[in-house]
Design a protein around this ligand. Structure first.
Ligand code: NOJ
Length: 546
């Protein structure tokens, strides 16, 4: 039997359903729209899709605030649409993973509406409620800060207590210490597995539990989190993140998933501190199958820093553990724009993503180089944009709308072919760059970024070395060059990435092989190289099997 699972070999693609394809002319993406684009995705060469949530929700946080875990939001379609999407995906050999928001519900969820009524109703203990401090009890129970700033506690007058929210106040945390809650959420997991989905992405899974003694978090000097520490907002989240109880739940969910055949998978979203992330895999690789490492999303265009990221990942997650990387997602600025909208640099980063060890996730629109869009204040939608930071709206510095704009299908000014009718204005605006950064235009250009994605994904599909091969970093004399080797059986590949804006020549390399892939030039497969010349920002794959 193959010792590697499908999700180790696969390339995932993230769809933000609201922004992928509108089939009804309401300016909002939907499941039927996605169905109409499955052939495009098959052609692109991806193997699996992660869907951001499309469950019933008031959409205050665009689906990450759920009011019914077993129902499809009507603006996205019906359960029949879901079934068709799953059926068609599977017929094309594309797997489907759903977004599981276990930490919190919407504050409009019937459970919370009941829970907040008083302290003795049947759902009274389904959320994390606590008496406040001070005589009138109106001071928060402790110093815990929510992930997005401000107290993690919100006062509820009727119940006369505070409730806890790790994220927005409209997203109260479920009480995972309550057995009924746990059982109910496990039932939903089985509900979707029984329908045939191939796994789940687990939303902010590291925040599932908090300290049962409600101890204050220690102070920290850090305002923003970093690669080396998850402390932020002047607080170390010791009592609110990565608790042992959270790891136990990851293991329980893994057990549920392991009962299913064909095999299913779990990928967790957690803070970016790699050591903490490692704990969610479980001490015996019996927790989550994968956990996102967001270090590449946050790194500079700097081979030294990237080398450090890879070294750390390799030492924390040696086989059978499996890393998981992406370049952007619906919470992060689009990578190409972090790189100054430079396509050559984006190609280099994409080759990196698809050739290091681990499961890669591509964010929708990345393949045509969609830019981060500057959204005018009158069109802000992201709830975080409206929160205040030192009296100024956060949206002035950070707004997730910019990476969530409609997929650019065609060179159509008003909506990039997102809605069938070109006069429809989509829920978020499209940028002028859509005239070149779109699917139709790039499919007709053999030198386009999209064609590069096609070629690279095809190369990877035929290369077990890239999918599951062993990984080793190679040293080079030039500090602007990053080089590593992937090996599987007879297949031996050397990947060389030139991060400098100059042509680089590697004279008399100790290896002989042929250039099998390049981010730039056309490949001559018979051309054995002894001197390797890399153009500025060029990345190549050298095949050295002999
Ligand atoms: C992380 C999700 O990726 C983000 O979009 C969401 O707002 C929060 N979790 C809260 O669910």
């Amino acid at each position: 039997m193959d010792k590697y699972m499908w999700w180790q070999k696969a390339v995932f693609y993230q769809i933000y359903p609201r922004s992928f394809k509108d089939s009804t002319n309401n300016g909002i993406g939907d499941l039927k729209g996605i169905i109409s684009k499955l052939d495009y995705l098959k052609e692109l060469g991806i193997d699996a899709i992660w869907y951001s949530p499309f469950f019933m929700s008031p959409q205050e946080d665009f689906g990450y605030d759920i009011t019914a875990y077993d129902k499809i939001a009507p603006e996205y379609g019906t359960m029949d649409d879901f079934k068709l999407l799953l059926e068609k995906s599977h017929a094309l050999g594309i797997k489907m993973i759903l977004d599981l928001v276990l930490n919190h519900t919407s504050d409009k969820h019937p459970w919370f509406l009941e829970s907040k009524k008083d302290q003795s109703n049947p759902k009274a203990d389904w959320y994390v409620w606590k008496d406040g401090k001070k005589k009138n009890g109106k001071k928060p129970p402790n110093n815990w800060k929510s992930i997005i700033g401000g107290s993690m506690w919100k006062w509820n007058e009727k119940r006369g207590q505070f409730y806890l929210h790790q994220f927005l106040p409209c997203q109260p945390d479920l009480n995972w210490r309550n057995e009924e809650v746990k059982q109910q959420m496990f039932d939903y997991i089985e509900y979707w597995l029984n329908k045939g989905v191939d796994g789940f992405r687990l939303d902010i899974i590291h925040t599932l539990f908090e300290d049962n003694k409600f101890r204050d978090n220690p102070k920290s000097w850090r305002l923003f989190p970093s690669e080396s520490s998850s402390a932020s907002l002047f607080q170390n989240p010791r009592y609110t993140q990565f608790l042992p109880e959270t790891i136990e739940i990851c293991k329980s969910i893994r057990k549920i998933v392991n009962n299913y055949s064909p095999p299913r998978m779990l990928v967790g979203e957690a803070t970016r501190e790699p050591k903490a992330i490692r704990s969610l895999y479980g001490a015996h690789n019996d927790g989550l199958n994968l956990v996102f490492n967001f270090s590449l999303c946050n790194t500079d265009f700097n081979p030294k820093k990237i080398t450090k990221i890879i070294q750390e990942s390799e030492s924390l997650l040696p086989e059978p553990y499996w890393p998981c990387f992406c370049l952007s997602n619906h919470d992060n600025k689009r990578m190409i724009s972090k790189l100054g909208n430079n396509e050559e640099k984006m190609r280099l980063f994409t080759l990196l993503l698809l050739s290091i060890r681990g499961t890669p996730f591509i964010y929708y629109g990345e393949e045509v180089g969609m830019h981060q869009v500057k959204i005018p204040k009158s069109q802000w939608s992201d709830p975080i944009a409206f929160l205040k930071f030192f009296k100024l709206p956060i949206g002035r510095f950070f707004n997730r709308d910019g990476c969530r704009t409609p997929m650019q299908w065609k060179p159509v000014e008003n909506n990039a072919g997102f809605s069938p009718n070109s006069s429809i204005k989509p829920w978020l605006p499209v940028p002028p760059s859509l005239m070149t950064q779109n699917v139709e235009t790039q499919l007709n250009n053999k030198d386009s970024l999209l064609k590069f994605y096609h070629d690279l994904l095809k190369f990877r599909k035929n290369s077990l070395a890239l999918q599951i091969g062993t990984f080793s970093l190679l040293s080079t004399a030039n500090e602007k060059i990053l080089t590593y080797k992937r090996t599987f059986g007879d297949e031996k590949l050397i990947i060389i990435l030139n991060f400098s804006n100059k042509v680089v020549e590697i004279v008399n390399p100790t290896i002989d092989g042929f250039k099998a892939f390049s981010t730039k030039s056309i490949i001559d497969h018979n051309n054995f190289v002894s001197n390797i010349i890399l153009d500025k920002f060029e990345g190549i794959i050298l095949d050295i099997r002999s």
